[in-house]
Design a protein around this ligand. Sequence first.
Ligand SMILES: *Cc1c(COP(=O)(O)O)cnc(C)c1O
Length: 507
Amino acid sequence: MSDIKGQEIRKPVIFEESRNGRSGAVKGGDSQGLDAAVADIPGRFLRVKKPLLPEVSELQTVRHFTRLSQHNFSVDTHYYPLGSCTMKYNPRVCHTMSMLPEFLERHPLAPQSLGQGVMQCLFELGEYIKEITGTVGVSLTPMAGAQGEFAGVAMIRAYHVDRGDHHRTEMLVPDAAHGTNPATAAMCGLSVREIPTDANGDVDLEALRRALGPQTAGLMLTNPSTLGVFERRVREISDLVHQAGGLLYYDGANLNAITGRVRPGDMGFDAIHVNVHKTFATPHGGGGPGAGPVGVSERLVPYLPVPMVVRTEDGQGYRWRDGADAPRSIGRLSAFAGNIGILLRAYVYVRLLGRDGMRRVSDYSTLNANYLMARLRQGGFQLAYPHRRATHEFIITLKRESEQWGVSALDFAKRLLDYGFYAPTVYFPMLVPECLLIEPTETETKEELDRFADALLAIRKEAETDPDCVKLAPHHVPVPGGGLGRLDDTRAARKPDLIWRRTLEHE
Ligand SMILES: *Cc1c(COP(=O)(O)O)cnc(C)c1O
């Protein structure tokens, strides 16, 4: 909230609202049960001083948390064009359906005979993922994209080891890759060799040829890549890797760009993951739960992580496949069957959209990106790959702006907050200097895209005429402890000051 001069009015923090003995809880009820429970705790473990918690009413608590939530940027409140993340709107029905009490209250140890409904949903989701990705086997248990990568590379490794190919210990990873790719390969005990990208954003084929050899375990590729372009020679790449005896891993984080059109399996990939919290309707970000189902080609099916839902032998129902039933599996990656609540959201989403809807996702996510890219180019922004069509995201480079006016990509990102937009991804991928990686997603209207383009163009004008305004931004976003202005990002990351300290006036 701001006063008449646009200054932030400092709201008291919840501790300052605290008054001795004030309480939000309704007294009475089962306090006897509580007293009895406390009586069981040995005296030396009981605290003697009251905890320093705020003593406030229920209404004060509600206002406190509601106000905090309004300070946040989220897809529900703001446009959120964060690249390589697919921050799209998730239909409410996906949440309500997956939170039906029959799903929520099911105990994971309940007998299979009582879980046929949820098992059918999971089984069918697996079938849809196979269809969408062009794979023949699937396991839903990995709990994030990165864990899906781990499953995939562990399967590739198990495949080589099973064949006595013990010397295949090197994973090839393009320099444009997400950091989880080399990290995954290293966690699976493989060494990593980086493959450069050529000037058009494609994998450098000559360098790939030179790198392939009897030591090659495989190649991890994101397509479209994190550079926002589709790798045009992907068939050639997969042939080369296969001929050298390696397998191909597909990072599915950018699947949003190609659903219903192109399938990773048809491009020649042997293992893939799907970030269902990016492509299939789960709020993404803030460290919430996700899921990273993996799909595989024929030769990796025996290694899929357990448990998996399969049909019973009589074809009438479903059962878990686990342990002795999957002797060559890489094993278990999650408690029980993974993040089922997230998988159910994906299931509802796929059912909701159907085959045509899946195709519309990629139609509109790429149309929106290309529209926004064209508007920004017309407004004078420089594209990282001007000769390429955008996929579902694209990169602008602010190298010129930073050289001419001293205004960096970070400054643009901070100023966007003042205009009411969450910032795009900055400084990733690292190949492009002063870059913004912008992903509009398919769920935004043309009007919103225009507002965003107008804001970026207005900031560009400011950068030229009043660079300090941009360099000192944001001016209207409240920061912890009251006040406005830009935080020192190094201190905010390394020495965050998040603690309220009791001072004498509060005694
Ligand atoms: C998000 C992302 C990942 C990691 O996925 P998580 O679900 O966050 O673990 C991997 N690769 C790329 C290209 C990504 O964008």
